[in-house]
Design a protein around this ligand. Structure first.
Ligand code: PLP
Length: 455
């Protein structure tokens, strides 16, 4: 039966999940796994919440589908209003929410909206969207064009547009070899330099993840970076798009990560946590002046998806927000985040752990040959996947990624558990990781990995 599904990888055998409840996923062979990664940083309220399932069933039986070009629905209207209430204050007045079926669609929507915004404003030359290396904005070709994830881009490079990428803000491996705060956030100034060097007359926007999720592993910028980026966008009159598909909807301890630095983007991309995995849902929060350019201009955004603002998906989004409010889960992120920090930081005692970093309930652990030199493992050692396998054996799900050093080398795992994770589960998570990391270190120090010689 399994032969019919096109898998993510033909090289791997996938356990069959049959049930999930709270922070655990259960498989057909009777195993139980702690969902320490929330899938791919998706699950916020935990699995199997009956209220959400009921709200979706109720919506499906009353009104499962209408096309968004023909009708609006109460569930989409209500969710849009609630999301605007959570958005940074400067986006609320006149702001709008454009619903999609996921993060990549949200990125595509923002790229096209940025372009149409400038056409409406009579600046028809503007189309380039500048972004950063070591970033991920989605799998579709437009989203991949602005993504700076080398591995994911490489095979498709001939099909992608190249509009310019600046280096990431990654203090552990500063692209300029500098240190904060003496660096004066040099990496942010690179945006200004690029705009001055290449000219900004054809630039529509800058897109970035305020905290880099998958590609770098929960890398937050230091104080001053996001503010500087925002100033440069304003000075050059280009739109600022914050991709909060992973960091939005409370994951970092605030509804949106940009709020840590008091900045107001022109668009915020939302996905993943917006429906906690109960339905495929994403959104673009659009600031009032951007929406107004369309409404008082041509009157219609030339864009749309068949399943945009889907009634059942937006009903799921509303039910997830109800649960978050009822259980006060946004406030829980800071508490559980501090417990995660206390549980994960001791892992730094292993020589193969280079960095443990994170904010709220988004954490990354970077693995290296030697914590002192920060030298990465060779890519073909597939250390992140190995940690994933060993942690899974210990009952803990993680999200492994490679390429944090240069797009190819560098191994890290991402941890993004549901906001409902308990103290005992955090201990279980740390114990599972400790087992996996101890095994890696043992193999490495015994020279049995076979990778030291390749460096
Ligand atoms: C920051 C960011 N943007 C966009 C996306 C793409 O979202 P989706 O996979 O829902 O299309 C992701 C997915 O991992 C992401 O982390």
């Amino acid at each position: 039966m399994d032969e019919a599904v096109f898998p993510r990888s033909f090289l791997k055998a996938y356990p069959r999940a049959v049930r999930a409840e709270g922070c655990f996923v259960y498989t057909a062979d009777g195993q139980r796994y702690l969902d320490a990664s929330g899938g791919a940083a998706v699950v916020t309220i935990g699995h199997g919440v009956e209220e959400v399932a009921r709200a979706m069933a109720e919506q499906a039986s009353r009104l499962a589908y209408v096309h968004s070009s023909q009708f609006h629905t109460a569930s989409a209207e209500k969710l849009a209003e609630r999301i605007l209430t959570l958005a940074p204050e400067g986006m609320r007045q006149g702001g709008r929410v454009y619903f999609t079926s996921g993060g990549s669609e949200a990125t595509e929507t923002a790229l096209k909206l940025a372009r149409q915004y400038w056409i409406e404003r009579g600046q028809k030359k503007r189309f380039r969207v500048i972004s950063r290396l070591q970033s991920y904005h989605g799998s579709t070709l437009g989203a991949l064009s602005v993504s700076g994830n080398v591995r994911r881009r490489e095979p498709f490079a001939p099909m992608l547009s190249e509009w310019g990428h600046i280096p990431p803000c990654y203090c552990y491996r500063c692209p300029y070899g500098l240190r904060y705060p003496e660096c004066n956030v040099e990496c942010a100034d690179e945006l200004g330099r690029m705009l001055e060097r290449d000219g900004s007359e054809n630039v529509a926007a800058f897109i970035f993840e305020p905290i880099v999720g998958a590609t770098l592993g929960a890398v937050a910028p230091p104080e001053g970076y996001v503010q500087r980026i925002s100033e440069i966008c304003r000075e050059h009159g280009i739109l600022m798009i914050a991709d909060e598909v992973m960091t939005g909807m409370g994951r970092t301890g605030k509804p949106f990560a940009v709020e840590h630095w008091g900045t107001t983007p022109d668009m915020i991309l939302v996905g993943k946590g917006i429906a906690s995995g109960y339905a495929p849902l994403g959104a673009v929060i659009v600031a009032g002046h951007v929406a107004e350019a369309i409404s008082s201009g041509s009157g219609a955004f030339l864009h749309g998806f068949t399943y945009g603002a889907h009634p059942v998906a937006t009903a799921a989004g509303n039910a997830v927000l109800d649960y978050i409010e009822h259980e006060n889960l946004f406030a829980r992120v800071d508490v559980a985040g501090s417990e995660m920090r206390a549980a994960l930081e001791p892992l730094k005692r292993f020589s193969v752990v280079g960095d443990v970093r994170g904010i709220g309930l988004l954490w990354g652990i970077e693995f290296v040959l030697d914590a002192k030199t920060r030298e990465a493992f060779p890519a073909d050692a597939r250390i992140a996947s190995r940690i994933q396998d060993d942690a899974l054996e210990a009952g803990v799900m993680t999200y492994p990624i490679q390429g944090c050093v240069d797009g190819t080398r560098g191994d890290h795992i991402l941890l993004a558990p549901p906001f409902t994770i308990t103290t005992a589960m955090i201990q279980m998570l740390a114990a599972g990781l400790e087992k996996a990391i101890a095994e890696l270190e043992k193999t490495h120090l015994a020279g049995m990995g076979g990778w030291s010689a390749q460096v």
